[in-house]
Structure formats: C-alpha cells, structure tokens
Unconditional design. Sequence first.
Length: 288
Amino acid sequence: MTILIIGVAVLAAVALFVVAASLRNRDSASAIGQLSGETVKRDRAVTITPDDAEAELVPTGKAVEAAARAERSGALVAAGSTAPVAYVPPDPETIGVARRQFLNRGIVATFGLGLTSFGAACIAFLWPQGASGFGSVINVGRVSDIQASIKAGGGFFYVPEGRMWVTEYPSDAIEKAVTGYGFFPQVESGLRAGVVALYQTCPHLGCRVPECGTSQWFECPCHGSQYNRVGEKKGGPAPRGMDRFPMTVNAANELEVDTGTVIQGPPIGTNTTGQEAEGPNCIGASSH
C-alpha cells in the first residue's frame, strides 16, 4: 500500500513538472505576460527627459518585451533610410536539382529511351534487307563453271547460300518439260542452259534431302522418299517432286536463282528424263 502511494505521488509530481514546463514554454513562445509589480515601480521611478542624449539608449521594459514579441513573430520592422539592395537572381548551379525533379526526369528519360529502342527495333525489322543469302536472288556463277562443278561433284552441286541443289538437265528432255511442267516459263532460261535449281527440303515433312552417289538420285533419310536427278518423284510418301526455284541466265551467261520464290515440284508420275536408278539405293528400295 505504501509503495502504491509513493508511486502515485511520484507520477503526480512528474505530471505537475510536465504541465509547468509546457506552460512556461508556451509563455516564452507567445512572448505574452505581465510585468511584476517591482519592475513596474522601477520603470515609473526612472525619469527620462528628451534632452538627455542617453535617453534613446535606455529602453523601458515594455519596449524590450514588444521588441522580443516582434522578433519571435517575424513582424517586419521599419527599415531605415538606406537604399534597397538590387535583386540578384540565384545561380541555378548553386540551387541544384531537387530530388523529386531528379527522379521525375530520370523516369521520363528511361521511358523515352525504352520507346526509342522499341521504335528502332521495329524499323529495323520492317526495313528491307540487302539482297544476299537465302530469300534473295543469288548469282550462282557462269553456267560453264556450274556444269564443271556438277561433274566434279559426281552429278550434284550444292549451293549452301541458297539451300539448293543444282544438277544437269538433259537438253533432249526440254520438250517434255514444256508439256509436263506447268511452271516452265519460270525455269525455261535455266533448263535451256542445261541446269535446274532444286530446293533442298523434302516436300513430305521438310527434311533435308541428300544425294545418293550410287543411284544418282536424291533420297530422303527421314521417310524414304526418292527423286531422280532433276527432282521428279520416284518413290516414297512424298506428295510431289522436289520443289524448285525460278531461274534466269543473264547476258553474261550467269545463272541467277530467285530463292525468295518456291515453285511446287512436278506432280507424281512426271518423268521427263526417264532416268532410273543407276546403282544401289542409299535408302532402301524404291516403290513406284
């Protein structure tokens, strides 16, 4: 019980101290109060005459209090007769950039950079590419050089840049091609020069078709489709012969192949050259 009374007394004392301190701080902040009686009597007892040169240097207590209140409240004090100082704008470099301005400018710059990069990527994607590589017109070379490369390759000449095979087309089969190929005008120039450009992809499921040196055919290793040397179907599940590209021979007797246009191969049963397997097949036996 005694401890409780002591505790209450201590808390009361602390509370009184806090209240008193708060009142004192508020009085000091507002600079509003009353002078004591002794101070008032002392001020009245002092007599200041206008002729006294020191009169202006002896302020009264009320004057001191009023000056203190004006200083705390930020009140303007009448300026003297001194001429006003000309305004000089502050230096921007001295002021600097606020943090909020820096963040805003950084966000705007980041968005601008992102949009610019995206726009540049779109323009680069849509911009026409240079005429080179697969999908463009490829100059394979002089026809005489191509024929020499075909003989050096055992009847086949592969052009990796155009993903195509170039083989020899017999001159005595051209008239059959006129009636058998619906796309003859697009390949006429190359066929009459004695060559044909075949797309390397099998029309069945898109496997790359290699040559077979023993049979002198193209034979697909994926599902066994077989084609003669000019790409006409000889066996397997392929729905047609090997696809091919349009060909032209320019004034310099150079073969130009448009790999951007794929012509569907001749239908099943087309056989303009009459070429049969010249040796063992590389992929099983053909089924006609």
